[in-house]
Design a protein around this ligand. Structure first.
Ligand SMILES: Cc1cc2nc3c(=O)[nH]c(=O)nc-3n(C[C@H](O)[C@H](O)[C@H](O)COP(=O)(O)OP(=O)(O)OC[C@H]3O[C@@H](n4cnc5c(N)ncnc54)[C@H](O)[C@@H]3O)c2cc1C
Length: 398
């Protein structure tokens, strides 16, 4: 979709000031759209004479939306197990499906993954679509895109939820583009729009300064990726069962254009924040990068992952994959240690669903203490080594 200026432009300049990207300039008394344009449409709505219009690049296909039903959740598999985010989304998908009076289905793709269908049923699925084969042993964009688009063409879901993981962020947009629908990426909230009955996808926009709620009125399926740990995993009910629909794979070896040569694990327990039960995070209060070892030692003693505030990441003390918060990871461990972190709203956005929060801060009025279950007022450089030693002793004794 692009935005174009028609010859009706009267050169009033109203569009120039409303463009959030500074993409419009006046030339010879007419508005000219530059490369920075994202086709957000702010100028279209503002132009007093309707001289700026959206140019439809994607060929509109008349779509019978009533043919599309059911809520699907793509269940990502890692090392023979469903990733937690798939189960979290089945829990939330169940609510959407019930509100829409539709069925909830899991999509399971992989090599020898049939045994995981029971996890999907236990998490709330009524059906599971199963596509198996050696070509799905490792994730590949080509094979998985073909599998999911074929499933959509055959069974026509109304909604598809995927985890905003590396694979989900790769697969979701590729599938959406291939079938010509929209996708709302990186959602932090889901609901049903009361007026239209459509899924209301909520996500941070404009660098996290506002929350935008997005609808997909014209195309099906409605698609979105959702961050891990935004929703709680439902308690499994292994008494539940459902319909297992086996679908033959149509992927041919020549369809897969990439070859997995080697898997190099750069991420160990310490950066697996989304799955971690204990996280120790450090912020600017650590004072200097060398002091981050105090956080790492405590995490090590507890078998936990290491997190960081954006200030610590921006200072180059830790890589971005450790960042917790609105523009970092959303986490939900059993215990979250915030060490030398003030508790800015953007940090809280990523960790407030932690079961227990323990804060260490030298300022008794730091906002983090308002959300902490336990607070230690003190210098991180003194407190953290003591905690580490004490936890080590308890571990050795136990
Ligand atoms: C759009 C947007 C998105 C953002 N996204 C994120 C995000 O995803 N994650 C995130 O974390 N932030 C994010 N931020 C930044 C956020 O607003 C804060 O600036 C940031 O969280 C502050 O990090 P901090 O708590 O480490 O540092 P500070 O706010 O500087 O706090 C340091 C704290 O350490 C304490 N302290 C100092 N010395 C010691 C000591 N020796 N011992 C104990 N305590 C000490 C101080 O009392 C203070 O409370 C975002 C901001 C914006 C505008």
């Amino acid at each position: 979709m692009a935005v174009i200026v028609t010859k009706e432009c009267i050169g009033c300049g109203a569009c120039v000031s409303v463009c959030p990207f500074g993409a419009i300039a006046m030339q010879d008394g007419k508005a000219v759209i530059g490369d920075a344009c994202t086709a957000c449409g702010a100028c279209v709505d503002t132009c007093p004479v309707g001289a700026i219009v959206r140019e439809q690049e994607v060929k509109e296909v008349a779509m019978d939306k009533t043919a599309y039903k059911d809520v699907w959740v793509y269940i990502e598999v890692a090392e023979g197990k469903p990733r937690n985010v798939g189960l979290e989304l089945l829990g939330e998908g169940r609510k959407l499906a019930d509100a829409m009076g539709q069925k909830l289905a899991g999509v399971l793709i992989g090599e020898n993954v049939e045994g995981l269908a029971k996890e999907a049923f236990a998490a709330g699925a009524d059906k599971v679509y199963l596509v198996e084969g050696p070509e799905y042993k490792h994730y590949s964009t080509d094979a998985y895109t073909i599998a999911v688009t074929d499933l959509i063409a055959a069974y026509k879901p109304s909604v598809i939820l995927l985890g905003a993981t590396n694979d989900g962020r790769d697969l979701g947009p590729r599938v959406a583009c291939r079938i010509g629908t929209g996708l709302t990426a990186d959602c932090t909230g889901l609901g049903i729009d009361e007026q239209t009955g459509l899924v209301a996808w909520t996500r941070p926009a404009f660098g996290g300064n506002i929350m935008a709620t997005i609808l997909c009125p014209d195309h099906r399926p409605q698609m979105g990726t959702v961050r891990p740990k935004v929703f709680k995993k439902p308690e499994p009910d292994y008494g539940r069962t459902g319909e297992l629909i086996r679908v033959a794979s149509k992927v041919k070896p020549e369809d897969i254009r990439s070859k997995l040569v080697e898997v190099i694990k750069v991420c160990t327990t310490s950066c697996n924040l989304e799955e971690a039960e204990i996280i120790v995070s450090g912020g600017r209060g650590l004072g200097k990068p060398e002091n981050f070892c105090l956080v790492e030692n405590l995490a090590d003693a507890l078998g936990g992952a290491v997190g960081a505030s954006r200030a610590a990441v921006d200072a180059g003390w830790k890589p971005a994959l450790h960042q917790v918060g609105q523009t970092g990871k959303t986490v939900g461990p059993k215990i979250y240690f915030a060490c030398g972190i003030s508790g800015a709203i953007q940090h809280l956005a990523g960790m407030s669903s932690s079961d227990i929060v323990i804060a260490v801060n030298k300022d008794p009025d730091a906002p983090i203490f308002k959300v902490a279950d336990y607070g230690i007022v003190g210098d991180v450089c003194e407190v953290l080594p003591i905690l580490t030693e004490e936890f080590k002793k308890i571990k050795q004794a136990g």
